[in-house]
Ligand binder design. Structure first.
Ligand code: ADP
Ligand code: MG
Length: 291
């Protein structure tokens, strides 16, 4: 039978906007020593914007129009940012064909008879596109915490876009609370190392695991568990679902995808990481009351 104090604890948590699936989850949460946070949509607002556009051998407008024409078919938040930027500039978009999303890499397809590839360094390497031309621009974009997106037209580097997704206003304060609770805080992201480190620095996070492919996040959680850590994973995306399930406690952002919420024991209905600190604090206090 569930001890009375745990039932009360689950109710208290709900008042803080933390939905706990079952009493057992609350007991497990009390023993967590490591909190792993997804970056995009969890630490950040998840509403990225294009803040930079640099073209090589073509115009910025053409670069952006072709890019947005392809990204119209993508569900990724980065894609929405690129389409919005083109729409804001009132650029006419073309229809694409042969669109293919490559999770963790980017997108490819054909627009106006040109072969297009948009994504990270890994995608360019996969397609044998040289990116030396963009080295300085990419570093400038990534070092401020924005994501560099390379654009190749017919297998030639044609430009780079910088997409910025700022931290949620209260992420820094919430991370501070977690650190004061003596928890190890780790960022886990598919984004590039330089971008991830810049955002981690702003957030007050020391440990960063970056460049992780969508199906690799759960394995990273398992690695931490192998080291003896008891892990709470916080995420919002479809690609976070296996990691949420792998962790001792999975915590989903209420704004996240249904798959993430289904895979998690806890859901934060206020879109704030304070909910993580609230949940872990309440769990510890509840378990203490039982003893
Ligand atoms: P996260 O873990 O931050 O949610 P994802 O695994 O979804 O990241 O994506 C990892 C990286 O793959 C992105 O940072 C981006 O560089 C690239 N990428 C993925 N989808 C797209 C897209 N539609 N357009 C451009 N780049 C993309
Ligand atoms: Mg995310």
């Amino acid at each position: 039978a569930t001890p009375m104090s745990v039932t009360v604890g689950v109710g208290r948590a709900a008042e803080y906007g933390v939905l706990i699936r079952d009493a057992e989850a609350m007991q497990v949460a009390a023993g967590i020593d490591t909190v792993v946070l997804d970056k995009t949509g969890t630490l950040t607002e998840g509403k990225p914007q294009v803040i930079d556009c640099r073209s090589y051998g073509t115009s910025e407008d053409r670069l952006l129009a072709l890019s947005a024409s392809l990204e119209q078919s993508s569900e990724h938040p980065l894609a929405k940012a690129i389409v919005n930027a083109a729409t804001t500039r009132k650029l006419p978009l073309s229809t694409q064909s042969e669109f293919k999303a490559m999770p963790g890499f980017g997108v490819i397809g054909t627009v106006d008879g040109h072969q297009l590839a948009l994504g990270n360094q890994k995608l360019m390497t996969k397609n044998n596109v040289g990116i030396d031309l963009a080295a300085v621009d990419a570093e400038a974009i990534a070092s401020q915490g924005a994501t560099p997106i390379y654009v190749a037209i017919d297998n030639q580097l044609a430009g780079i876009l910088g997409v910025s997704d700022p931290l949620r206003a209260d992420s820094v304060a919430a991370i501070n609370r977690l650190r004061k609770m003596k928890l190890d805080v780790v960022m886990l992201t598919g984004d590039t190392e330089t971008t991830a480190r810049a955002i981690a620095r702003q957030a007050g996070i020391d440990t960063v695991i970056a460049g992780v492919l969508p199906d690799g996040k759960a394995a990273k959680i398992a690695d931490l568990q192998q080291q003896g850590k008891r892990v709470a994973m916080v995420g919002d995306g479809i690609n976070d679902a296996p990691a949420l399930a792998q962790a001792e406690v999975g915590i989903a952002m209420g704004s996240g995808s249904d798959v993430a919420i289904e895979s998690a024991q806890l859901t934060l209905i206020r879109h704030s990481l304070h909910g993580v600190a609230d949940a872990l604090q309440l769990s510890a206090a509840t378990l203490k009351n039982m003893k």
